[in-house]
Design a protein around this ligand. Structure first.
Ligand code: ATP
Length: 366
């Protein structure tokens, strides 16, 4: 036909450690999916983190940021490693990630925590509690107490040394994260739980008021509120009750790590960081795993699932995303496991072979 293929520009930021290994698998997955869905991806691969430090002396070269900003979506591997740990603070590879998030204006961090039936025994929970857990934490990423002013050190009236920070949220910051959360809940099971500490904190009172106001625009989403201390408890007691959780920066930092541990498999967990306009940043939640880097041992599935999030939330290519998710499940069903997930009776594979199995599975869905 004469219809032109839909074409997307993807920035690949492999980074350090196992980053290049898992991004390489993810790129093959993108390519095969594209050919089956009749879409096209063009890539620009740029240095970031330690790799960029070695090459250019900074962890986020200007060119990396400008290429990333002009693309449709960004896939990041991982950043950091022993090699750069002794560096001065301003030259840490991890600074590159903070600068990248800031440069892209991504204020919403989406982290799913799903207990897959195939991997239920990796969960830290009892089987009956773990079964069917499938939730998403939407964390505000650029405001709140981590950035609020005033902050600093000083002395109190008794002459004691003090350290202080300020939890500040403006209505526009709450509204934009709430919108992402309602939209996310709508794409999931239509349940949103807003987590705050409105019994103690003014910023939380405003948070609850604004989130509640927005609910009238989303009659199809069921909104509830929970105090953060209760939420931390409920996540362990009965995580199945949650679909989408929205919360501020500091509570989200803690709750998303707590939620990820429920699944017990760090090598399986993707994430997305998105803003109002401009491309989103998609990456596995795990780090650069320097202990296994370069040995073809890394589990590429967190990055493959990050590609699925990129397609679903970044490019609205939901069919393509579903294809990838199904292939991951099928590969696990067949018993293929990287070392991090291995148990007796399963088939131990390396990073590359795991990637090949996912490709086979995508191919078989033709
Ligand atoms: P960071 O501070 O960057 O998160 P970290 O060292 O605390 O780094 P990771 O790099 O995620 O955390 O590694 C934690 C452990 O999990 C390591 O033993 C690592 O080998 C393992 N690990 C992390 N990601 C994977 C993966 N994709 N496949 C297999 N094992 C992994």
């Amino acid at each position: 036909t004469s219809t032109k293929k839909k074409s997307y520009n993807i920035t690949l930021l492999p980074g350090d450690g196992i980053g290049p290994e898992v991004v390489s698998v993810a790129k093959q997955v993108l390519n095969l999916t594209a050919s089956l869905e009749g879409i096209e991806f063009k890539y620009q691969e740029m240095p970031v983190g330690g790799a960029a430090l070695d090459l250019t002396g900074v962890p986020l070269p200007e060119e990396t940021l400008s290429v990333a900003k002009q693309s449709d979506a960004i896939l990041l591997g991982a950043i950091g490693g022993y090699k750069w740990d002794a560096n001065e603070k301003h030259l840490k590879p991890e600074t590159g990630l903070l600068q990248l998030r800031e440069g892209l204006g991504v204020f919403a961090n989406l982290r799913p925590a799903t207990v897959l039936p195939q991997l239920i025994d990796s969960s830290t929970l009892k089987r009956e509690v773990a079964q069917g857990v499938d939730l998403m934490v939407v964390r505000e990423l650029t405001g709140g107490i981590y950035f609020g002013k005033p902050r600093g050190f000083g002395k109190n009236e008794n002459g004691d040394e003090i350290g202080f920070n300020t939890e500040v949220y403006a209505t526009y910051e709450i509204d934009r994260i709430a919108r992402v959360a309602f939209e996310t809940a709508r794409k999931r099971r239509g349940k949103l739980c807003s987590v705050d500490k409105a019994n103690v904190l003014e910023a939380s009172i405003l948070w609850r008021k604004r989130v509640t106001m927005m609910a009238s625009e989303y009659p199809d989403v069921e909104l509830t509120h929970m105090y953060v201390d209760n939420a931390a408890m409920q996540l362990i007691r009965d995580p199945k009750q949650f679909d989408t959780i929205v919360t501020n920066n500091i509570f989200g930092d803690i709750l998303s790590d707590e939620a990820s541990m429920l699944t017990g498999s760090i090598g399986m967990l993707p994430s997305a960081s998105i803003g109002d306009s401009g491309p989103g940043l998609y990456e596995p939640i795990h780090g650069s795993a320097p202990d296994i880097a370069g040995q073809d041992k890394a589990n590429p599935l967190a990055t493959v699932l990050s590609v699925a999030m990129l397609l679903k939330y970044g490019l609205q290519e939901e069919a393509a995303a579903k294809r990838i998710e199904n292939a991951v499940l099928e590969t696990l069903d067949k018993g293929f496991r990287t070392g991090d997930l291995f148990s007796t009776g399963m088939r131990l594979v390396g990073c590359k072979e795991m990637g090949e199995e996912v490709l086979k599975s995508i191919d078989s869905q033709r």
